[in-house]
Write a protein that binds this ligand. Structure first.
Ligand code: ZN
Ligand code: ZN
Ligand code: ZN
Length: 133
């Protein structure tokens, strides 16, 4: 939170209590705009969808938050200050789990086969979680 506050300040942005709350609810897992709205509302009671969108858009621009596209589902937002990881998406209950993989070999293969200069990548897995199996 401190680093984010500093980052915002450095960009001439104030860390309002609403922004703080949005960061707080995103701390645990990636969420849709609607989920963020519901969670922040339950704590703060005074925020609307437009404000959430506005905060998220500015966070994405600042690089604090990134959009993740989980298939045909809604776009979710996730903090960028966590380690590089991938997602396991349960198509039955909608739960999302993080998973860290050792992908050096894969990245090397991509490089060798394509000579494409990869800047970033995302990898999502779809299926059923342990509970839903
Ligand atoms: Zn990866
Ligand atoms: Zn599930
Ligand atoms: Zn994640």
């Amino acid at each position: 939170m401190d680093t984010i506050a500093k980052l915002l300040k450095g960009k001439g942005q104030r860390l309002t209590s609403q922004k703080k709350e949005v960061i707080q609810v995103l701390q645990k897992k990636p969420l849709t705009v609607l989920q963020i709205l519901t969670l922040v509302k339950s704590k703060k009671g005074m925020i609307d969808k437009v404000t959430v969108y506005r905060i998220l858009t500015s966070f994405v621009k600042l690089g604090i938050v990134k959009e993740i596209n989980l298939g045909a589902r809604e776009v979710r937002y996730e903090l960028t200050n966590c380690e590089h990881h991938h997602h396991l998406v349960c198509e039955s209950c909608g739960q999302i789990e993080d998973i860290q993989l050792c992908e050096d070999a894969l990245l090397k293969e991509v490089q060798q086969q394509s000579q494409f200069k990869v800047k970033e990548h995302s990898l999502e897995f779809f299926g059923t979680c342990k509970k839903c199996q």
